[in-house]
Design a protein around this ligand. Structure first.
Ligand code: IPE
Ligand code: IPE
Ligand code: MG
Length: 237
């Protein structure tokens, strides 16, 4: 594996609606095209040696959208998996999720659970879909689980940063090196709030459906030129 390639990349896949609007098409057409692009970027990331790719697919705030759009978004995991699972298997990609799937229709949950089970032993990249995910909810859920463990005596330690990490939905994954947001909005929109504390950020004006593997590579090349100091000093300083 190329040591310059980030181990863990997170992406806020934004701009599906604007992409569709520019083409006078319904927002759902943008979501469909965006889903196709998940395949392209996942394959590229895996080929480049990325270990974990976490994609923001549906936020805890996205329930505010019109019911029709929410329903369409709920159906996308099935479309994605039906179309691409075979290829992901061939590439050794493992599928995982973070976020609260309990609010999703049974059919969506079933498709995701089957795909996770089927790809469980794959050893290349893990493709994590953040679905009904909110950074604040992740933190609050973690606190509640810690409180239960502490009160019941299963855990006796006081809270530390390391212990807290283990209570988050991302516990098993490495630190996020690079976070990409497409469509030129400069905000986190309640994505991985705790986890992004020292992540390098990359913003592009390209809408997610148009974000090509070449542009993804460009983002990684940009990342590799940055000097990550983590509050310290580098030799050249
Ligand atoms: C991102 O695209 C997809 C989801 C949030 C599910 P948007 O639907 O937010 O697209 P814009 O921001 O309206 O263009
Ligand atoms: C963030 O995009 C959520 C996802 C990409 C799933 P939004 O489009 O929902 O975020 P805001 O509304 O611009 O903050
Ligand atoms: Mg948006």
């Amino acid at each position: 594996m190329d040591r310059n390639v980030p181990q863990h990349i997170a992406i806020i896949m934004d701009g599906n609606g604007r992409w569709a609007k520019e083409k006078n098409r319904p927002r759902t057409a943008g979501h469909y095209q965006g889903t196709e692009n998940v395949r392209n970027i996942a394959i590229k990331a895996n080929d480049m040696g990325v270990k974990v790719l976490t994609l923001y697919a549906f936020s805890t705030e996205n329930w505010k959208r019109p019911q029709e759009e929410v329903n369409y978004l709920m159906g996308l995991p099935a479309i994605f998996i039906t179309k691409f699972l075979k290829e992901l298997m061939e590439k050794g990609i493992k599928i995982a999720t973070i976020g609260d799937l309990s609010a999703f229709p049974d059919s969506t949950r079933k498709v995701l659970e089957e795909a996770m089970e089927k790809t469980r032993d794959n050893k290349n990249m893990t493709l994590v879909f953040a679905m009904n995910y909110g950074g604040r909810k992740d933190i609050v859920d973690g606190i509640n689980r810690y409180v239960d463990d502490y009160v019941s005596g299963r855990v006796r330690e006081k809270m530390t940063e390391e212990l807290f990490n283990s209570y988050l939905s991302t516990a098993e994954y490495p630190e996020i090196d690079l976070m990409i947001r497409t469509s030129l909005d400069y905000r986190l929109s309640n994505f991985l709030l705790w986890q992004l504390s020292y992540t390098e950020l990359y913003f592009t004006d390209t809408y997610w459906p148009d974000f090509t593997p070449e542009e993804f590579e460009k983002a990684i090349n940009n990342f590799t030129q940055r000097s990550r100091r983590f509050g310290g000093l580098k030799d050249e300083n």
